[in-house]
Write a protein that binds this ligand. Structure first.
Ligand SMILES: [Zn+2]
Ligand SMILES: [Zn+2]
Length: 176
């Protein structure tokens, strides 16, 4: 967890305003005071984080059964999401974290229902594209199939231990 720089802070603020404005128009939040989300501090994850795109951190001693926006310590967003090309997905991720902040801790069916009300329906596709983008960015080795040419970005060398699932051919290592 790191503090956002000035440029990141401006972008986080823009993202927040965009998401909160949209939430005001969403039927699912009609009865909810989403303006309380406005006060939540936004930050960035470490640049080399690959597994998580956004995280909501709760203040110590919060009542896990009655979580409120004021119990949130910080919401951290992956810094790469602040690039223009990931804007649509960044909004989806922040909306997801805001659902947590409103007290919904688990990714249960109620959570997924609320998440699905977000008016961008390509978000899950963007999510896997972003994961792949991060993998390539953080890879130190590329495992490559000599037959079909598909590349698999990884942090460690494969050392002849893996095969291309499609071709059943042993993958070759290439240092990035
Ligand atoms: Zn979540
Ligand atoms: Zn192959």
């Amino acid at each position: 967890m790191v503090n956002p720089n000035a440029q990141q802070s401006v972008k986080l603020d823009d993202l927040k305003n965009f998401v909160l404005d949209l939430m005001l128009d969403m039927e699912v939040w009609n009865e909810t005071n989403t303006q309380e989300l406005n006060d939540i501090k936004l930050g960035v994850l470490r640049k080399n984080a690959t597994q998580r795109h956004g995280v909501t951190r709760w203040k110590l001693g919060s009542d896990a059964n009655n979580l409120k926006p004021k119990d949130v310590e910080v919401i951290n967003i992956h810094p790469e999401l602040l690039q223009e090309r990931w804007k649509a997905y960044a909004a989806f991720v922040l909306h997801h974290e805001y659902i947590h902040a409103l007290g919904f801790r688990e990714h249960n069916s109620k959570f997924r229902f609320m998440e699905n009300q977000w008016p961008g329906n390509r978000a899950s596709k963007h999510g896997s594209e972003f994961t792949e983008f991060l993998r390539f960015k953080n890879a130190t080795w590329i495992w490559s199939c000599p037959k079909c040419g598909k590349d698999f970005p990884r942090k460690k060398a494969s050392m002849g231990r893996y095969k291309c699932r499609q071709c059943d051919v042993t993958l070759k290592d290439r240092k990035v």
